[in-house]
Design a protein around this ligand. Structure first.
Ligand code: IPM
Ligand code: MN
Length: 353
């Protein structure tokens, strides 16, 4: 296969983990006889500094020309601490989602047995937890009509039938390939938008009798996620609830630095770590590259290149088991491995098998 990849390293630790993702991608392509080319583009604070736009037109065009986008992270404290700043790095991420029509954000919550002790939950609660959160990504309060003056402000949680139907279809597709259990998370006891979600989901449940569909209010779902995370198989929910629940989900595994994600929709799909730009660690060679590397696995799998994805997952598990780990998950007394060393070990593993 010929793969054309747009690489968007972004801010903070972004460029360092991006480099490892690209190295792994190159090694896997070489092994399996694929040709890959990379085109780099600006985004986030880096793009604001250079061209005063967090998602420049040129970056959009680069993404549109590519088969997939390998994205790292955006965000910089100098904007977080300045609410008056007219432009912010996060707007770049939102613009990318909207312009590429990336309405489905897939966030798998997987645990690694050797890291269970890092979870804030008891081992026996979190062991075996393995679910996917499908977050609607281009609608709801993030993009609905907004207003703000000195005395009042609002955001509109707008959803239309086609937006709800298409994300539920993604939910059913995933559930069908997994344990056939779809949980629709909403707040239908209070919100009109949620009542429409529930109404449409009930219609679709009838059309998908092979999948068990259940409904849960978001407050209850957030509780269930820490009480019994193994209950879930596939969750589908709106943009804002998905944002909140996926942070909660990612931390129960004990290792946010290991969680990848995919965003798919109308145009080029984007693969990125769930974690952010961790500006304090920038340039220190301590950031965990595994979420980015696992995003590359998701990228291959998106194109049905399952053996390629599997090899990356195998290499990542091997590195964890051999304690080739970045400091935040290293065992006491374990050797020091940085971002580059972990990446290089995984590349060597891939080359050697
Ligand atoms: C995420 C992030 C973004 C979001 C921010 C950075 C705009 O938190 O991808 O979950 O809220 O969607
Ligand atoms: Mn978030």
């Amino acid at each position: 296969m010929n793969l054309k990849i747009a690489v968007l390293p972004g801010d903070g630790i972004g460029p360092e983990i991006s480099e490892q993702g690209v190295a792994v991608m190159t090694a896997v392509c070489k092994k399996f006889g694929h040709t890959v080319t990379y085109e780099y583009a600006l985004c986030g604070a880096d793009a604001i500094d250079k061209v005063v736009d967090p998602f420049p037109e040129e970056t959009f065009q680069t993404c549109m020309r590519a088969d997939a986008v390998l994205f790292s992270a955006v965000g910089d404290p100098k904007y977080d601490n300045d609410p008056t700043s007219p432009v912010r790095p996060e707007q770049g991420l939102l613009a990318m989602r909207k312009r590429l029509g990336l309405y489905a954000n897939i966030r798998p919550i997987e645990t690694f047995d050797c890291l269970l002790h890092k979870s804030p939950l008891k081992d026996e609660l979190v062991r075996g937890a393995d679910f996917i959160c499908i977050r609607e990504l281009t609608g709801g309060m993030y993009f609905g009509e907004k207003y703000q003056d000195n005395d009042k402000a609002y955001d509109t949680n707008f959803y239309s039938r086609p937006e709800i139907e298409r994300i539920l279809r993604v939910g059913y597709d995933y559930a069908r390939r997994r344990k056939k259990h779809l949980t629709v998370v909403d707040k239908a006891n209070v919100l009109a938008s949620s009542r429409l979600w529930r109404q449409i989901a009930k219609e679709m449940a009838v059309l998908n009798p092979d999948v068990l569909t259940d409904f849960m209010f978001v407050d209850n779902a957030s509780m269930r996620m820490v009480q019994e995370p193994t209950f879930f198989d596939v969750i589908v929910t709106e943009n804002t609830f998905g944002d909140i629940l996926t942070d909660e989900g990612s931390c129960i595994t004990g290792s946010m630095g290991l969680l990848p994600s995919a965003s798919t929709g109308e145009h080029t799909p984007v693969f990125e770590p769930v974690h952010g730009s961790w500006p304090q660690a920038k340039g220190q060679n301590i950031a965990n590259p595994l979420a980015q590397i696992l995003s590359v696995a998701m990228l291959f799998e998106h194109f049905n290149l399952d053996a390629e994805g599997r090899l990356i997952r195998e290499a990542v598990s091997a590195s964890l088991n051999k304690k080739i780990r970045t400091p935040e998950i290293q065992v006491e007394g374990g050797a020091h491995y940085g971002t580059r060393e972990v990446g290089a070990w995984i590349v060597d593993y891939i080359n050697a098998v």
